[in-house]
Write a protein that binds this ligand. Structure first.
Ligand code: ATP
Length: 243
């Protein structure tokens, strides 16, 4: 069914270092070596995704899904292992990252597009389509800090869905927005599925994953649990979630 690999994640581990528990001045005064609390958020995860495939990622809260997605987007460097995107352009759709709060929606569309590596002429060509899809109306010329979280997500979805990238990463944004927008986003996702776009979706909504995904990856406490057919993996995951 697939010809090419779009993404390879090999033995990836990612740590967060928390230095806030002791100030630098205090540690110098005490003559102690300043040690960080290290949280291993992703631990030796490997998987690959084929071009045109829709891969779901599940796991309970704090299992490392967002961290993994952000590292595929290039926001974090893995502490160990390799992420190879095979020269593909990657975009991340997530609440709370990507936009400059003091810039307007329109300015953020331009900036995000440029960060995705799109030409200015291409972004301008798609500007009206993005604004229309986002349903933001006059808010498009107001600073993003004045947006509700639903409005922010709508803009984020519109930018990422309409500006073409090869790999689209979707972090929990399909379940936000009002009912009308949700239906529209689902329809857009269905269209994207017909195209050759590779998509990774993180979601707690297993019915969303059932609807869209060819395969699902399950991680728990940063560790690889299972990857395979959507139904099989979700059944195992749901069983583990029973009290
Ligand atoms: N900025 C940070 N500093 C320190 N630890 C962090 C930071 N962000 C996340 N973590 C820790 O890393 C681990 C993985 O978090 P992550 O957000 O990737 O999980 P998740 O699976 O996306 O969770 P959720 O389903 O709740 O969104 C958790 O133990 C979390 O506490």
């Amino acid at each position: 069914m697939y010809d090419n690999l779009a993404l390879e994640v090999q033995h990836v581990s990612i740590d967060y270092r928390d230095l806030t528990h002791m100030s630098l001045a205090k540690s110098l005064r005490k003559g102690e070596v300043r040690r960080a609390n290290v949280v291993r958020a992703v631990n030796n995860i490997s998987f690959s995704v084929n071009q045109g495939e829709i891969l779901g990622i599940v796991g309970r809260n704090g299992s490392g899904k967002t961290t993994l997605l952000r590292s595929v987007a290039g926001i974090f460097q893995p502490d160990e292992g390799v992420i190879d995107t095979h020269g593909n352009r990657v975009s991340l759709m997530a609440i709370g990252i990507g936009f400059n709060a003091n810039n307007t929606g329109r300015e953020n569309i331009l900036k995000s597009g440029m960060l995705l590596g799109c030409k200015m002429s291409y972004i301008k060509e798609h500007m009206d389509e993005i604004i229309e899809f986002s349903e933001l109306g006059d808010f498009i010329d107001r600073p993003v800090r004045t947006y509700s979280s639903g409005m922010y997500s709508k803009l984020s979805f519109a930018v990422t869905a309409i500006l073409d990238t090869d790999i689209m990463l979707v972090d929990e944004v399909l379940s936000v927005g009002d009912e009308k927008f949700r239906k529209k986003s689902f329809k857009k996702m269905e269209q994207l599925m017909q195209s050759d776009r590779t998509v990774l979706i993180v979601s707690h909504a297993t019915n969303t994953l059932e609807q869209f995904c060819n395969r699902v990856l399950w991680i728990n406490d940063g560790q690889f649990m299972m990857i395979g057919e959507t139904d099989t993996v979700l059944a195992a995951y749901n069983e583990s979630m029973q009290l």
